[in-house]
Ligand binder design. Structure first.
Ligand code: AMP
Length: 401
Protein backbone atom coordinates (compact mmCIF):
# COMPACT_ATOMS: atom_id res chain seq x y z
CA UNK A 1 0.00 0.00 0.00
CA UNK A 2 1.16 3.52 -0.77
CA UNK A 3 0.03 6.70 1.01
CA UNK A 4 -0.09 10.04 -0.81
CA UNK A 5 -1.48 11.44 -4.05
CA UNK A 6 1.37 13.33 -5.75
CA UNK A 7 3.78 12.47 -8.54
CA UNK A 8 6.24 11.08 -5.99
CA UNK A 9 3.58 8.59 -4.91
CA UNK A 10 2.62 7.82 -8.51
CA UNK A 11 6.29 6.88 -9.06
CA UNK A 12 6.23 4.76 -5.86
CA UNK A 13 3.05 2.98 -6.97
CA UNK A 14 4.51 2.27 -10.43
CA UNK A 15 7.70 0.87 -8.87
CA UNK A 16 5.70 -1.40 -6.52
CA UNK A 17 3.52 -2.60 -9.41
CA UNK A 18 6.60 -3.26 -11.59
CA UNK A 19 7.78 -5.65 -8.88
CA UNK A 20 4.53 -7.57 -9.20
CA UNK A 21 2.71 -6.18 -6.16
CA UNK A 22 -1.02 -5.74 -5.99
CA UNK A 23 -1.14 -2.11 -4.88
CA UNK A 24 -3.67 -0.26 -2.74
CA UNK A 25 -3.49 3.47 -2.16
CA UNK A 26 -4.68 6.07 0.37
CA UNK A 27 -4.75 9.59 -0.97
CA UNK A 28 -6.61 12.85 -0.63
CA UNK A 29 -6.97 13.67 -4.35
CA UNK A 30 -8.15 11.39 -7.12
CA UNK A 31 -4.79 11.02 -8.91
CA UNK A 32 -5.65 9.22 -12.18
CA UNK A 33 -2.20 7.64 -12.52
CA UNK A 34 -2.41 6.04 -9.07
CA UNK A 35 -6.10 5.14 -9.37
CA UNK A 36 -5.42 3.30 -12.64
CA UNK A 37 -2.55 1.19 -11.33
CA UNK A 38 -4.01 0.50 -7.89
CA UNK A 39 -6.28 -2.45 -7.28
CA UNK A 40 -8.21 -0.28 -4.86
CA UNK A 41 -7.90 3.15 -3.30
CA UNK A 42 -9.41 5.24 -0.52
CA UNK A 43 -9.86 8.99 -0.80
CA UNK A 44 -9.04 10.11 2.72
CA UNK A 45 -7.19 12.68 4.80
CA UNK A 46 -3.73 11.05 4.77
CA UNK A 47 -3.10 12.27 8.35
CA UNK A 48 -6.04 10.26 9.66
CA UNK A 49 -4.02 7.39 11.10
CA UNK A 50 -7.07 5.40 12.24
CA UNK A 51 -8.79 5.45 8.85
CA UNK A 52 -5.64 4.64 6.88
CA UNK A 53 -4.72 1.76 9.19
CA UNK A 54 -8.30 0.43 9.05
CA UNK A 55 -8.20 0.44 5.24
CA UNK A 56 -4.80 -1.29 5.22
CA UNK A 57 -6.05 -3.96 7.62
CA UNK A 58 -9.30 -4.45 5.68
CA UNK A 59 -7.30 -5.03 2.50
CA UNK A 60 -4.81 -7.28 4.36
CA UNK A 61 -1.84 -5.34 3.00
CA UNK A 62 1.59 -6.80 3.78
CA UNK A 63 3.72 -3.73 3.18
CA UNK A 64 3.20 0.03 3.41
CA UNK A 65 5.14 3.00 2.05
CA UNK A 66 4.26 6.53 3.20
CA UNK A 67 5.05 9.29 0.67
CA UNK A 68 4.59 12.67 2.39
CA UNK A 69 6.01 13.99 5.68
CA UNK A 70 2.74 15.10 7.32
CA UNK A 71 1.43 11.57 7.97
CA UNK A 72 4.87 10.53 9.33
CA UNK A 73 4.66 13.36 11.84
CA UNK A 74 1.11 12.24 12.70
CA UNK A 75 2.47 8.77 13.58
CA UNK A 76 1.11 6.83 10.62
CA UNK A 77 4.09 4.45 10.45
CA UNK A 78 3.73 3.71 14.16
CA UNK A 79 0.03 2.90 13.64
CA UNK A 80 0.74 0.63 10.67
CA UNK A 81 3.52 -1.18 12.54
CA UNK A 82 1.22 -1.67 15.56
CA UNK A 83 -1.30 -3.26 13.18
CA UNK A 84 1.38 -5.77 12.16
CA UNK A 85 2.11 -4.27 8.74
CA UNK A 86 5.69 -4.13 7.44
CA UNK A 87 6.32 -0.40 6.99
CA UNK A 88 9.11 1.01 4.83
CA UNK A 89 8.83 4.51 6.30
CA UNK A 90 10.18 5.85 9.60
CA UNK A 91 8.33 6.12 12.90
CA UNK A 92 7.29 9.46 14.33
CA UNK A 93 10.36 9.43 16.52
CA UNK A 94 12.85 8.67 13.70
CA UNK A 95 11.10 11.15 11.36
CA UNK A 96 12.14 13.96 13.74
CA UNK A 97 15.23 14.36 11.56
CA UNK A 98 12.78 16.15 9.23
CA UNK A 99 9.93 17.28 11.46
CA UNK A 100 12.16 19.04 14.01
CA UNK A 101 15.09 21.04 12.69
CA UNK A 102 16.31 21.64 16.26
CA UNK A 103 16.31 17.87 16.93
CA UNK A 104 18.29 17.30 13.73
CA UNK A 105 20.94 19.96 14.46
CA UNK A 106 21.32 18.78 18.08
CA UNK A 107 21.62 15.14 16.97
CA UNK A 108 24.47 15.99 14.58
CA UNK A 109 26.20 18.04 17.24
CA UNK A 110 25.84 15.44 20.01
CA UNK A 111 27.13 12.59 17.81
CA UNK A 112 29.86 14.73 16.19
CA UNK A 113 28.59 13.99 12.66
CA UNK A 114 30.74 15.55 9.96
CA UNK A 115 28.95 18.17 7.85
CA UNK A 116 27.48 19.97 10.88
CA UNK A 117 27.29 23.75 10.78
CA UNK A 118 27.03 26.57 13.33
CA UNK A 119 23.52 27.13 14.65
CA UNK A 120 21.47 28.51 17.54
CA UNK A 121 18.02 27.45 18.75
CA UNK A 122 15.93 30.34 20.05
CA UNK A 123 12.46 30.75 21.54
CA UNK A 124 12.17 34.53 21.87
CA UNK A 125 12.99 37.71 20.00
CA UNK A 126 15.46 38.62 22.74
CA UNK A 127 17.39 35.35 22.26
CA UNK A 128 17.20 35.76 18.49
CA UNK A 129 18.89 39.14 18.81
CA UNK A 130 21.62 37.69 21.04
CA UNK A 131 22.16 34.82 18.57
CA UNK A 132 22.41 37.31 15.70
CA UNK A 133 25.07 39.23 17.61
CA UNK A 134 27.01 36.00 17.99
CA UNK A 135 26.55 34.44 14.51
CA UNK A 136 26.43 37.68 12.52
CA UNK A 137 24.10 38.44 9.62
CA UNK A 138 25.38 35.69 7.35
CA UNK A 139 22.57 33.38 8.45
CA UNK A 140 19.39 31.54 7.51
CA UNK A 141 16.24 31.68 9.65
CA UNK A 142 14.14 28.52 9.94
CA UNK A 143 11.05 27.70 11.97
CA UNK A 144 11.81 24.40 13.73
CA UNK A 145 8.75 22.52 12.44
CA UNK A 146 7.35 21.60 9.04
CA UNK A 147 6.46 24.50 6.75
CA UNK A 148 6.21 22.75 3.38
CA UNK A 149 9.44 24.41 2.21
CA UNK A 150 7.97 27.89 2.70
CA UNK A 151 9.25 28.93 6.12
CA UNK A 152 12.98 29.18 5.44
CA UNK A 153 14.25 32.74 4.97
CA UNK A 154 17.77 33.47 3.82
CA UNK A 155 19.30 36.75 5.01
CA UNK A 156 20.43 38.76 1.98
CA UNK A 157 17.74 37.14 -0.14
CA UNK A 158 14.41 37.20 1.71
CA UNK A 159 15.40 39.28 4.74
CA UNK A 160 17.73 42.25 4.33
CA UNK A 161 18.24 43.91 7.71
CA UNK A 162 18.47 42.89 11.35
CA UNK A 163 15.04 44.49 11.78
CA UNK A 164 13.64 42.18 9.05
CA UNK A 165 15.06 39.15 10.86
CA UNK A 166 13.60 40.21 14.21
CA UNK A 167 10.23 40.99 12.63
CA UNK A 168 10.14 37.56 10.98
CA UNK A 169 11.15 36.01 14.31
CA UNK A 170 8.27 37.81 16.02
CA UNK A 171 5.90 36.44 13.35
CA UNK A 172 7.16 32.86 13.77
CA UNK A 173 6.86 33.05 17.57
CA UNK A 174 3.43 34.67 17.63
CA UNK A 175 1.84 32.60 14.86
CA UNK A 176 3.74 29.43 15.78
CA UNK A 177 4.77 29.01 12.13
CA UNK A 178 5.73 25.37 11.63
CA UNK A 179 3.68 24.36 14.69
CA UNK A 180 5.91 25.66 17.47
CA UNK A 181 7.35 28.94 18.71
CA UNK A 182 10.96 28.06 17.97
CA UNK A 183 13.56 29.09 15.41
CA UNK A 184 16.81 27.54 14.28
CA UNK A 185 19.26 30.20 13.18
CA UNK A 186 21.97 28.70 10.96
CA UNK A 187 25.19 29.68 9.32
CA UNK A 188 24.51 30.50 5.65
CA UNK A 189 26.27 28.06 3.35
CA UNK A 190 27.63 28.88 -0.09
CA UNK A 191 28.03 26.36 -2.90
CA UNK A 192 26.04 23.98 -5.10
CA UNK A 193 23.09 22.13 -3.58
CA UNK A 194 22.68 18.40 -4.07
CA UNK A 195 20.40 15.64 -2.88
CA UNK A 196 21.22 12.06 -2.01
CA UNK A 197 18.43 9.64 -1.22
CA UNK A 198 19.20 6.34 0.48
CA UNK A 199 17.37 3.17 1.48
CA UNK A 200 17.91 2.55 5.21
CA UNK A 201 17.06 -0.47 7.37
CA UNK A 202 17.92 0.87 10.80
CA UNK A 203 21.61 0.07 10.40
CA UNK A 204 22.61 -0.08 6.73
CA UNK A 205 22.41 2.75 4.20
CA UNK A 206 22.15 1.99 0.46
CA UNK A 207 22.51 5.21 -1.54
CA UNK A 208 20.85 6.15 -4.83
CA UNK A 209 22.13 8.40 -7.63
CA UNK A 210 22.65 12.05 -6.63
CA UNK A 211 20.04 14.52 -7.89
CA UNK A 212 19.92 18.30 -8.12
CA UNK A 213 16.54 19.96 -7.95
CA UNK A 214 15.42 23.33 -9.14
CA UNK A 215 13.28 25.33 -6.75
CA UNK A 216 12.59 28.63 -8.49
CA UNK A 217 9.59 29.17 -10.76
CA UNK A 218 9.98 30.88 -14.18
CA UNK A 219 12.91 30.85 -16.61
CA UNK A 220 16.30 32.17 -15.48
CA UNK A 221 15.68 31.65 -11.72
CA UNK A 222 13.49 34.75 -11.55
CA UNK A 223 10.44 33.32 -9.84
CA UNK A 224 9.47 32.51 -6.26
CA UNK A 225 10.70 29.42 -4.42
CA UNK A 226 8.46 26.38 -4.92
CA UNK A 227 8.28 22.77 -3.75
CA UNK A 228 10.52 22.02 -6.77
CA UNK A 229 10.00 22.63 -10.50
CA UNK A 230 12.28 19.90 -11.78
CA UNK A 231 15.39 17.85 -11.15
CA UNK A 232 18.14 15.93 -12.93
CA UNK A 233 20.64 13.14 -12.38
CA UNK A 234 23.73 12.02 -14.30
CA UNK A 235 24.49 8.54 -15.73
CA UNK A 236 27.33 7.79 -13.28
CA UNK A 237 25.21 8.74 -10.24
CA UNK A 238 27.27 11.91 -9.64
CA UNK A 239 26.53 15.47 -10.83
CA UNK A 240 28.50 17.78 -13.14
CA UNK A 241 30.04 19.53 -10.12
CA UNK A 242 30.25 16.54 -7.75
CA UNK A 243 33.26 14.23 -7.35
CA UNK A 244 33.03 10.60 -6.20
CA UNK A 245 34.87 11.37 -2.96
CA UNK A 246 32.41 14.16 -2.16
CA UNK A 247 29.44 11.89 -2.89
CA UNK A 248 30.97 9.24 -0.61
CA UNK A 249 31.49 11.89 2.09
CA UNK A 250 27.80 12.86 1.97
CA UNK A 251 26.71 9.19 2.10
CA UNK A 252 28.96 8.72 5.15
CA UNK A 253 27.16 11.63 6.85
CA UNK A 254 23.83 9.84 6.23
CA UNK A 255 25.21 6.55 7.59
CA UNK A 256 26.42 8.40 10.70
CA UNK A 257 22.94 9.91 11.16
CA UNK A 258 21.34 6.45 10.92
CA UNK A 259 23.73 5.11 13.53
CA UNK A 260 23.17 8.17 15.77
CA UNK A 261 19.39 7.61 15.57
CA UNK A 262 19.88 3.97 16.54
CA UNK A 263 21.84 5.05 19.61
CA UNK A 264 18.95 7.38 20.49
CA UNK A 265 16.49 4.44 20.27
CA UNK A 266 14.90 5.81 17.10
CA UNK A 267 15.92 3.26 14.45
CA UNK A 268 15.49 4.71 11.00
CA UNK A 269 13.80 2.33 8.56
CA UNK A 270 12.78 3.82 5.24
CA UNK A 271 14.05 6.15 2.55
CA UNK A 272 16.14 9.05 3.80
CA UNK A 273 16.71 12.23 1.83
CA UNK A 274 19.84 14.23 2.54
CA UNK A 275 20.20 17.74 1.17
CA UNK A 276 23.74 19.07 1.15
CA UNK A 277 25.59 22.19 0.18
CA UNK A 278 28.88 21.34 -1.50
CA UNK A 279 31.12 23.95 0.10
CA UNK A 280 34.87 24.46 -0.19
CA UNK A 281 35.22 22.31 2.93
CA UNK A 282 33.10 19.51 1.45
CA UNK A 283 29.41 18.60 1.79
CA UNK A 284 27.52 20.27 4.66
CA UNK A 285 24.02 19.39 5.82
CA UNK A 286 21.16 21.70 4.77
CA UNK A 287 18.39 19.37 5.86
CA UNK A 288 17.11 15.82 5.98
CA UNK A 289 13.74 14.56 4.85
CA UNK A 290 12.26 11.34 6.20
CA UNK A 291 11.00 10.20 2.79
CA UNK A 292 11.67 10.45 -0.94
CA UNK A 293 11.97 13.94 -2.40
CA UNK A 294 9.42 15.28 -4.82
CA UNK A 295 10.47 15.56 -7.70
CA UNK A 296 13.67 13.61 -6.89
CA UNK A 297 11.75 10.33 -6.39
CA UNK A 298 10.78 10.39 -10.07
CA UNK A 299 14.45 10.50 -11.14
CA UNK A 300 15.66 7.59 -9.06
CA UNK A 301 12.59 5.34 -9.22
CA UNK A 302 12.50 5.68 -13.03
CA UNK A 303 16.09 4.36 -13.07
CA UNK A 304 15.71 1.63 -10.43
CA UNK A 305 16.59 -1.79 -11.80
CA UNK A 306 16.05 -3.83 -8.64
CA UNK A 307 12.87 -5.21 -7.13
CA UNK A 308 11.35 -2.29 -5.18
CA UNK A 309 9.03 -4.49 -3.11
CA UNK A 310 12.02 -6.54 -1.96
CA UNK A 311 13.94 -3.37 -1.04
CA UNK A 312 10.96 -2.02 0.93
CA UNK A 313 10.46 -5.30 2.80
CA UNK A 314 14.13 -5.38 3.68
CA UNK A 315 14.14 -1.75 4.85
CA UNK A 316 11.15 -2.56 7.06
CA UNK A 317 12.52 -5.80 8.55
CA UNK A 318 16.16 -4.69 8.82
CA UNK A 319 17.70 -7.07 6.28
CA UNK A 320 18.96 -4.77 3.53
CA UNK A 321 22.20 -5.88 1.85
CA UNK A 322 24.78 -3.39 0.62
CA UNK A 323 24.13 -4.27 -3.04
CA UNK A 324 20.32 -4.27 -2.69
CA UNK A 325 19.71 -1.52 -5.24
CA UNK A 326 21.01 -1.11 -8.78
CA UNK A 327 20.12 1.69 -11.17
CA UNK A 328 20.24 2.13 -14.95
CA UNK A 329 23.44 3.96 -15.87
CA UNK A 330 21.50 6.75 -17.56
CA UNK A 331 20.84 10.44 -17.00
CA UNK A 332 17.34 11.58 -16.06
CA UNK A 333 15.61 14.93 -16.27
CA UNK A 334 12.27 15.60 -14.60
CA UNK A 335 10.17 18.67 -15.32
CA UNK A 336 6.95 19.69 -13.66
CA UNK A 337 3.93 21.14 -15.38
CA UNK A 338 2.27 23.43 -12.82
CA UNK A 339 -0.93 25.50 -12.72
CA UNK A 340 -0.64 29.10 -13.88
CA UNK A 341 0.45 31.25 -10.93
CA UNK A 342 2.03 28.34 -9.02
CA UNK A 343 4.43 29.66 -6.37
CA UNK A 344 2.24 32.68 -5.59
CA UNK A 345 -1.45 32.02 -6.30
CA UNK A 346 -2.28 28.96 -8.39
CA UNK A 347 -5.22 28.65 -10.72
CA UNK A 348 -6.85 25.61 -9.12
CA UNK A 349 -9.82 23.76 -10.58
CA UNK A 350 -8.75 24.28 -14.23
CA UNK A 351 -9.27 21.40 -16.59
CA UNK A 352 -6.09 20.07 -18.25
CA UNK A 353 -5.70 17.67 -21.14
CA UNK A 354 -2.76 15.29 -21.05
CA UNK A 355 -1.76 13.62 -24.31
CA UNK A 356 -0.45 10.40 -22.77
CA UNK A 357 0.13 8.78 -26.16
CA UNK A 358 2.30 11.63 -27.47
CA UNK A 359 4.34 11.66 -24.22
CA UNK A 360 5.04 7.93 -24.42
CA UNK A 361 5.81 8.11 -28.16
CA UNK A 362 8.53 10.66 -27.29
CA UNK A 363 9.95 8.04 -24.92
CA UNK A 364 9.15 10.11 -21.84
CA UNK A 365 7.55 8.89 -18.61
CA UNK A 366 4.47 10.60 -17.21
CA UNK A 367 3.62 10.87 -13.53
CA UNK A 368 0.41 12.52 -12.42
CA UNK A 369 0.77 14.87 -9.44
CA UNK A 370 -1.77 16.84 -7.39
CA UNK A 371 -4.64 16.71 -9.83
CA UNK A 372 -8.18 15.43 -9.47
CA UNK A 373 -9.95 13.21 -11.94
CA UNK A 374 -13.74 13.60 -12.13
CA UNK A 375 -15.73 11.63 -14.69
CA UNK A 376 -12.79 11.22 -17.03
CA UNK A 377 -11.72 14.87 -16.87
CA UNK A 378 -8.57 16.03 -15.05
CA UNK A 379 -8.50 19.24 -12.97
CA UNK A 380 -5.64 21.18 -11.36
CA UNK A 381 -5.36 21.79 -7.61
CA UNK A 382 -3.23 24.58 -6.13
CA UNK A 383 -0.17 22.31 -6.30
CA UNK A 384 1.90 20.80 -9.14
CA UNK A 385 0.03 18.95 -11.92
CA UNK A 386 2.15 16.56 -13.97
CA UNK A 387 5.79 15.37 -13.82
CA UNK A 388 7.53 14.31 -17.03
CA UNK A 389 10.78 12.35 -16.97
CA UNK A 390 13.20 11.90 -19.87
CA UNK A 391 15.95 9.30 -19.74
CA UNK A 392 19.06 9.16 -21.94
CA UNK A 393 22.84 8.78 -21.75
CA UNK A 394 23.49 12.50 -21.42
CA UNK A 395 21.64 15.08 -19.32
CA UNK A 396 21.15 17.32 -22.39
CA UNK A 397 19.49 14.49 -24.33
CA UNK A 398 17.32 13.44 -21.42
CA UNK A 399 16.11 17.03 -21.18
CA UNK A 400 15.11 17.10 -24.87
CA UNK A 401 13.14 13.84 -24.65
P1 AMP B 1 15.11 23.69 3.60
O1 AMP B 1 13.62 23.83 3.80
O2 AMP B 1 15.89 23.52 4.88
O3 AMP B 1 15.46 22.73 2.50
O4 AMP B 1 15.58 25.08 2.99
C1 AMP B 1 15.07 25.58 1.77
C2 AMP B 1 16.18 26.20 0.97
O5 AMP B 1 16.82 27.23 1.71
C3 AMP B 1 17.29 25.21 0.62
O6 AMP B 1 17.01 24.50 -0.53
C4 AMP B 1 18.47 26.14 0.45
O7 AMP B 1 18.45 26.70 -0.86
C5 AMP B 1 18.22 27.24 1.44
N1 AMP B 1 18.96 26.96 2.68
C6 AMP B 1 18.53 26.27 3.75
N2 AMP B 1 19.48 26.21 4.70
C7 AMP B 1 20.54 26.89 4.24
C8 AMP B 1 21.83 27.22 4.76
N3 AMP B 1 22.21 26.84 6.00
N4 AMP B 1 22.65 27.95 3.97
C9 AMP B 1 22.28 28.37 2.74
N5 AMP B 1 21.07 28.11 2.21
C10 AMP B 1 20.21 27.38 2.93
Amino acid sequence: MAVGGGAREHAIVEALARSGAEVFACLKNNNPGIARVAKGHLLVDEHDVRKVVEFASAKSVDLAVVGPEGPLEAGLSDGLIRAGILTASPTQSAARIETSKSFMRNLLLKHKVKGSIKFAIVDSVRDLELALDELGMNVVVKPTGLTGGKGVKVVGEHLMTKQDVLAYGEEVFSKRIGGSAQIVLEEKLVGEELTIQAFCDGTRVVPMPAVQDHKRAYEGDKGPNTGGMGSYSQSDGLLPFLRRSEYDGAVKVMADVVSALKKENAEYRGTMYGQFMLTREGPKVIEFNARFGDPEAMNVLSLLNSDFVDICERMADGSLSNNAASFLKKASVCKYVVPEGYGTKSLAGEEIRVDEKAISEEGAILYYASVNEKEGRVFTTSSRSVGIVGISDRIEDAERT
